[in-house]
Design a protein around this ligand. Structure first.
Ligand code: ADP
Ligand code: MG
Length: 350
């Protein structure tokens, strides 16, 4: 089971490789929905899909697609660790500990990442990159084996977002350790969703759904004036089912799970969510975290942070953060659903 994706993110199902709509959270199929327009394609090792009840005034679908594709290509070219020449890869290759000039986009994403690092007590940590690679979830070939413990301990010594600085004016990054590397895969898709949404807003659109690999932003309504209906996937590795659905308007939503990009050895699941405290993939019963926020970038990072923290600390921080959060805990034979207070007051689908 390997993927040859050369861009930012990849998703592989445990036990099977499937492409396309591998979202942790997808729009629920609804026979009553008028079709409207859909623009879709591939980006960052996954799919993207933009749904619109109407196209911008005087604009052809092909022109809109070209404009969205060029936005996505630019973000991938800046932030992908699957391209040796991306801005992030060049920063990772550099051994300089002086300021490294980057685009405002990369500096914006790193600023948000460092905020969530601080707010999550280090659970969300983009400097976890060498451990992501060691466990086979980075750009190299996936070996599906458990790394040597000494290697894990050695790499743990080299990581930590406290050794990373960012500034916006002029935009630049600075590492305090020569070997420090970053991986924006846990936040860049959310940034890209926001970037497409901004583009659509600039074109005068107020009704749209942007979905990049399950991270989404919904605005306004569908063609029939009803809110976008978003499904949160049932966290099972080999099946696609729906746990619950939410009518959403003017909000972003992101899901992290341990059940898609992972491998199994001797009945133990090893997922791409790495706990920076011990250098290992998460190992607990919290299997899916969905976060809502006005910023998809922050929702994306928070979902990763909370799934790393696990059921107890994740639940406590979800509540303290004041964010709408939906947690799914494996309570075999079934799943237990936990809603933060801010989530519980949202409108739910009947
Ligand atoms: P997905 O990419 O499937 O939507 P996430 O948003 O949770 O899932 O991002 C997971 C990715 O983030 C991993 O594949 C890895 O590249 C990176 N990552 C893993 N652990 C962490 C962590 N503790 N903090 C930040 N990024 C992480
Ligand atoms: Mg994330």
């Amino acid at each position: 089971m390997t993927s040859v994706s050369r861009s930012l993110l990849l998703r592989v199902v445990c036990g099977a490789l499937i492409g396309g709509a591998l979202s942790g959270c997808r729009e629920a199929p609804s026979a009553a929905t008028p079709p409207g327009h859909t623009i879709s394609g591939s980006t960052m090792g996954t799919y993207y899909r933009v749904s619109l009840p109407a196209l911008p005034e005087g604009m052809q679908k092909a022109a809109l697609q070209a404009s969205l594709d060029s936005k996505l290509d630019r973000i991938d070219a800046l932030m992908s660790t699957y391209r040796d020449d991306s801005e992030v890869s060049r920063f990772n290759q550099s051994r300089e500990t002086t300021w490294f000039p980057v685009s405002i986009d990369t500096a914006t994403v790193v600023t948000a990442a460092l905020d969530v690092f601080a707010e999550s007590n280090g659970a969300f940590d983009i400097t976890v990159a060498p451990l992501v690679n060691l466990w086979g979830f980075g750009p190299g070939d996936r070996e599906e084996k458990i790394p040597d413990n000494q290697q894990i301990q050695d790499l743990l010594e080299t990581i930590g977002s406290r050794h990373l600085e960012v500034r916006l004016e002029p935009p630049a990054l600075r590492k305090h350790k020569e070997a420090l590397q970053i991986d924006l895969s846990g936040i860049a898709k959310g940034f890209a969703v926001d970037a497409l949404a901004t583009e659509l807003e600039n074109l005068g659109l107020r009704n749209y759904l942007v979905d990049i690999g399950g991270e989404m932003r919904a605005a306004g309504h569908k063609k029939n004036q009803t809110p976008w209906n978003i499904a949160i996937e049932r966290p099972t590795a080999n099946q696609h089912g729906i746990q619950t659905t939410l009518p959403l308007r003017d909000i972003a939503i992101a899901t992290s799970g341990d059940y898609r990009n992972c491998f199994d050895v001797d009945g133990q699941r090893y997922s791409h969510e790495i706990d920076p405290r011990n250098g290992h993939p998460i190992r607990h019963q919290l299997v899916s975290v969905t976060v809502l926020d006005s910023s998809c970038m922050r929702a994306d990072a928070w979902a990763t942070a909370l799934i790393v923290l696990g059921p107890d600390r994740g639940k406590a921080l979800a509540e303290r953060s004041g964010l709408p959060v939906f947690l799914i805990v494996n309570a075999e034979p079934d799943f237990e659903e936990i809603e933060s207070s801010a989530f519980a007051v949202l409108p739910h689908s009947p």
